[in-house]
Write a protein that binds this ligand. Structure first.
Ligand code: DON
Length: 543
């Protein structure tokens, strides 16, 4: 294949592919795939959410060399005590919604680094909204859980009418939402028409902007039109480190994904990890990997937050002498959680979807977007057919308490007006020693994004195909809770080792992240792509 798009829904992969067929580059393809995901993966991402995009175009016919990371993560408009003071929920309802960034971010990427016009990249999303799509197993599972919740709390049916009447098909009892149902979305089509016609302002101002703010305020939030209009896209240098002869370009904070993954891999390298023979069912290497993850996730929890608001010790955390100290602390034993992480670097005062794209010019885009939990805050912008995120829950909203993903985070990650919550989204591009793109990866799944992305790239560096790199079973450890989460195929071997006293708590999980990966063919001439079977995705490519 000369180019490929791996999204976690086939309709979105095909939307991206059609941009490549029309002569568009990887950015055009990522933007088209992303707008289409808003229709077909409303449980994961969409125009009510936010995201990150890492772009590496070595030799684009229109833009030449492009190397950048775009931050369109949602922002807070409340202070650090807001949730403790008001007792409001950071997962359901209007207060859970942070100012959305996806439309601004995608249009920024398109205007600066794409080549096609808004109407062209929005066309596949508009088609999907108009002609409908059939819910797949992932959609069905997400909606079954919510239908049960709505039936238990019937007042939710009137409070979140777009969710109940449209996305959950009014329960469609007794058989819930069916795979064969056709879900069209003429209301979202209207939102796309406004965006195509007016650009970012079609979303943040006028009838759509007012509808968003009204939906939030009616559901108990306090966001204003000024907050929505004031949203700013930020652009950074990708975070860059060498690992095992490969250069990793990944997302800097407010993503924690890049720092946490790189710290883990650098600790492994300091332990002389055998990257070429990376094997998850090898007791020794699994132990090293889990212990390295615990150090990195402890540092994530203690230090990372939005760099626009807090000084972050990234260079210290990724300094080779600090890494070597952590590596030396890895013994054959497991330790109390307090043992992990890097002490005293600074005083103490102070639903997701991933798309990987490669274009015929070797240009790569890794883009991860989210509304956070499935269908976000459940607050619908009724007349425009989409739900709003609940990204506020990625902040520290209750000091010392875990968020929905069990992550305990520091006061550095408290909300503040304009601040972005710490994220685990880890869009990553890896280039080889000749500077050519070798792999593009990223995932969904909360903190499992970091481990899923890392496992896939460890597999890729060990010479596995794209399918094998995505498919191989995975485990996840995030320091706290002090539990190793293990996919079913690994339960036997991991339980055996745990029985020998190595890991005290093991829990089976069906999905340790959902990865979309593209890898250069070993002959260097084409590309292999894989969308995670765990979420039912499928890639699409051009010959
Ligand atoms: O940014 C984050 O880390 C979370 N909002 C991601 C949530 C997520 O992956 C949910 N999905 N499966």
């Amino acid at each position: 294949m000369r180019g490929a798009v791996a999204a976690d829904h086939y309709v979105a992969s095909v939307a991206g592919k059609s941009m490549l067929e029309q002569g568009g580059n990887a950015v055009d393809a990522a933007v088209a795939a992303s707008f289409t995901l808003a229709v077909v993966r409303p449980e994961s991402c969409g125009i009510g959410g936010g995201g990150f995009m890492v772009i590496h175009l070595p030799d684009d016919p229109t833009h030449g060399y492009v190397h950048t990371a775009i931050n369109y993560r949602e922002t807070a408009y409340v202070d650090g005590d807001y949730f403790e003071r008001t007792g409001k929920s950071s997962t359901i309802g209007g207060a859970a919604v942070a100012v959305p960034g996806t439309v601004s971010g995608l249009l920024y990427a398109l205007e600066h680094y794409g080549t096609l016009d808004r109407a062209t990249v929005l066309a596949p999303a508009m088609d999907a909204a108009k002609n409908g799509f059939h819910p797949d197993e992932n959609y069905r599972q997400a909606s079954d859980g919510l239908i049960a919740r709505f039936n238990k709390n019937p007042e939710m049916k009137t409070k979140f009418p777009l969710m109940w009447n449209h996305f959950l098909q009014s329960g469609n009892t007794p058989d819930m939402v069916q795979r064969g149902d056709l879900i069209t979305n003429d209301s979202m089509l209207r939102a796309f028409e406004l965006i195509a016609e007016k650009g970012r302002e079609g979303f943040t101002k006028g009838e759509l902007g007012i509808a968003i703010v009204n939906a939030i305020q009616n559901a108990g939030g306090e966001m204003t039109l000024g907050d929505l209009e004031g949203y700013e896209v930020l652009e950074y240098e990708p975070l860059e480190r060498e690992i095992n002869g490969h250069t990793f370009y990944t997302m800097p904070p407010p993503s924690s994904g890049g720092v946490t993954m790189l710290e883990t891999l650098m600790i492994l390298e300091a332990l002389n990890y055998d990257f070429d023979n990376h094997a998850i069912n090898n007791g020794e290497s699994s132990h090293q990997l889990i212990e390295a993850l615990k150090h990195a996730f402890a540092d994530r929890s203690n230090y990372l937050a939005d760099p626009e608001f807090i000084d972050l010790p990234i260079d210290d955390l990724l300094d080779i002498s600090v890494i070597e100290e952590r590596a030396q602390m890895i013994t054959s034993q497991v330790h109390d959680p307090k043992y992990y992480g890097t002490p005293n670097l600074i005083p103490n005062d102070h639903g997701t979807s991933h798309i990987s794209v490669i274009d015929p010019w070797g240009g790569a885009v890794a883009c991860t977007e989210t509304v956070n939990l499935e269908f976000g805050s459940l607050v619908g912008v009724n007349d425009f057919g989409f739900v709003l995120n609940n990204e506020m829950d990625d902040f520290t909203t209750q000091r010392g308490k875990p968020n929905a993903f069990g992550l305990i985070q520091s006061d550095r990650n408290l909300p503040s007006p304009g601040k972005r919550p710490l994220s685990s989204m880890s869009p990553t591009i890896v280039v080889d020693e000749n500077g050519e793109v070798f792999a593009i990866s990223g995932a969904s799944g909360g903190p499992r994004i970091i481990t899923g992305t890392m496992h896939s790239l460890l597999n890729a560096m060990a010479g596995k195909s794209a399918w094998e790199s995505m498919n191989a079973p995975r485990f996840h450890h995030q320091w706290l809770p002090n539990t190793l989460f293990v996919e079913p195929e690994l339960m036997g071997i991991m339980t055996e080792r745990s029985g020998q006293g190595n890991w005290n708590t093991i829990q089976q999980t069906n999905r340790a992240g959902n990865v979309q990966i593209i890898i250069r063919d070993p002959d260097g001439k084409g590309w292999q792509s894989a969308s995670d079977r765990r979420k039912g995705g499928q890639p699409a490519g051009i010959d």
